[in-house]
Design a protein around this ligand. Sequence first.
Ligand code: NAI
Length: 256
Amino acid sequence: MDRFKNKVALITGSSQGIGAACALRLAKEGCNIILNGHKFDERGEKLIDQIKEMGQKAIFLAADLSKTKEAIKLVKDAVSEFGRLDILVNNAGVEKKADFWEVTEEDYDLVMDTNLKGVFFTIQAFVNYCREHQVSGTVINMSSVHEEIVFPHFAAYCASKGGLRMLTRNLATELAPFNIRINNVAPGAVSTPINQDLLNNKEQLEKVLQNIPLRRMGKVEDVASVVAFLASDEAAYVTGSTYFVDGGLTYHYEEQ
Ligand code: NAI
């Protein structure tokens, strides 16, 4: 498939995990890719090589998305690198575990600034580009099942992803006149470095799997394929939605 031939996608936090899988998946279907992370390292280098081997262009732009100025500059630089920007995947995200009564302001700010404020202003910069050049665009936000279901000891994370849910609902309406679509993808438990502690703890992992009707952790490719669908014209009539990629976790029912 060549669904994204000549198109350009910016994928935030894409050195590893779900973001890297999204980059490879879109590139496989013809998309030129702008990778991002805090800093360029051998993971970014390897991804660029892989994407170039597929025949697409790829570059890495370092930026800390929790800082508004850097988020805005990232979008501007992305546009000037390849002359256009069609797809924005807001994937970068962090979580911090703590009892609610012990959460520090520093950790709260890190989570909210990365997962919600950073996404907000990255989208704003993208929308300003689309409006200025009168081009359409599509935005995919990497949310979480925790935009919908509780996650004790991760209050700030839940607040950030819950905020993302409403942001997407709101912007779908406000941006529709400019033919800009926006959707959330909400992964369940996916095998990535963010879940390394869980993957290392057999007993806890077994408990988690008991709550997943499909009885396995998600793969990064499971998430990337839904992102590719939402980014494509096949999703031309989809905006303001959340697609759960969770093996049934969110709405599962335990037989008594
Ligand atoms: P990960 O930790 O493997 O990758 C996240 C990437 O984002 C890292 O490369 C990190 O350096 C980058 N990043 C973090 N803060 C950044 C910032 N301020 N500026 C630039 N880059 C930054 O995580 P994973 O698992 O791939 O998660 C990606 C997204 O998916 C996150 O938004 C996460 O909340 C969400 N998610 C993941 C789930 C999972 O089970 N892995 C489940 C539900 C949601």
